[in-house]
Design a protein around this ligand. Structure first.
Ligand SMILES: *[C@@H]1O[C@H](CO)[C@@H](O)[C@H](O)[C@H]1NC(C)=O
Ligand SMILES: *[C@@H]1O[C@H](CO)[C@@H](O)[C@H](O)[C@H]1NC(C)=O
Length: 327
């Protein structure tokens, strides 16, 4: 009897997925999820948010993930009131509750809907939850790729204070920042950081897209002010949400644009197709009957692989971007 038990335990441990960093080729792995923030009435989540949470948990259990990056619109439709707001429980903790996600940190930025409420409360929630990390409106993340000497910088932006707020159900463009000094401070911080960044991969993340063929289209303010910086400083990719679908675009300077805004809603609109330069769009998925999806990123010694995964579990599209040349 005792011997049987030992055997069973041994077999069970062989079946368990091994930790990502030791079992697989060296890489830093993360999920990019946007526009996932549920609804303000019971049950405070949507079928798509639930389906995404389930598929993210499955992906993390099989493939591993070092973190989850939120591209904003964390709480529909008007953010949260304070750091005790029940929505943190109802729309975040109770939805992303799978044991596979228990110890996976989130790095968070705010979207236009979050800015209709109290973003300071979302920042303050970092002290309440052990996995919610939102240290300030804009901030820098730095990672080592496990078992390599490669490193990754991610600059988390607040594109709403940078460009202005907008009502996304009226498909407005953000026109101007409410606080010009804050917008300028953020822009000069970003320029300084990008100019100094020596990492093997540099990513910039924000809520509004630079390029999008969908309902909101390209964000003029970012095309004008951010896009030249991405090219000038050899940024690997820009990660965003806002439009409720999945897109991948690549410009002639080699910057990749990962739009992941399918966490809660799906919108098939392609009304700004002609506002994006010819040849940039590589992938678009906005099927209305889809349960949404997210992007899964693996940053290895040579390249950054991006896979778009539908909440049903289907791999929709896969691409890769090269590591920056070393000086
Ligand atoms: C925003 O949230 C913070 C943290 O809970 C709280 O201290 C502050 O009073 C809130 N602001 C407003 C205007 O409610
Ligand atoms: C990083 O590692 C590679 C191979 O593992 C090695 O060739 C290179 O010299 C190392 N670079 C630095 C800066 O340590």
């Amino acid at each position: 009897m005792a011997r049987w038990t030992v055997l069973l335990v041994l077999q069970a441990s062989l079946l368990l997925p091994r930790p990502a960093s030791s079992a697989r080729s060296p890489s830093l792995r993360f999920v990019v999820l946007g526009d996932w923030g549920g609804v303000p009435n019971a049950p405070f989540h949507t079928a798509r948010e639930m389906a995404n949470a389930k598929e993210i948990a499955r992906t993390v259990a099989i493939m591993g993930a070092d973190f989850i990056l939120s591209t904003g619109d964390n709480f529909y439709f008007t953010g949260v009131h304070n750091s005790d707001d029940k929505r943190f429980q109802e729309t975040f903790e109770d939805v992303f509750s799978d044991p596979a996600l228990r110890n996976v940190p989130w790095y968070v930025l705010a979207g236009n809907h979050d800015h209709l409420g109290n973003v300071s409360a979302q920042i303050a929630y970092s002290k309440v939850s052990k996995r919610w990390n939102f240290p300030s409106l804009f901030y820098r993340l730095h990672f080592k790729i496990p078992r390599t000497n490669m490193s990754v910088a991610i600059f988390m932006l607040d594109t709403v204070t940078l460009c202005g707020n907008s009502d996304d159900f009226l498909s407005q463009q953000p026109e101007r920042p409410r606080d010009l000094t804050l917008a300028r401070t953020q822009m000069s911080w970003l320029k300084k950081q990008l100019a100094a960044a020596k990492e093997d991969y540099v990513l910039v993340a924000g809520h509004y897209p630079v390029w999008s063929i969908a309902e909101h289209g390209p964000t003029r303010c970012l095309v004008k002010h951010l896009r030249p910086l991405l090219a000038k400083y050899g940024v690997t990719a820009y990660l965003c949400g806002h439009d409720h679908n999945l897109q991948y675009l690549l410009d002639e300077s080699g910057v990749g644009y990962v739009l992941s805004g399918a966490g809660n809603f799906m919108d098939p609109s392609v009304r700004h197709q002609r506002k994006v330069p010819n040849g940039y769009l590589r992938f678009h998925y906005g099927a209305e009957d889809s349960l949404g999806g997210f992007a899964y990123v693996e940053m290895g010694p040579k390249e950054m692989a991006v896979t778009y995964i539908e909440a049903s579990g289907k791999s929709l599209f896969k691409t890769s971007l090269p590591r920056r040349p070393r000086a």
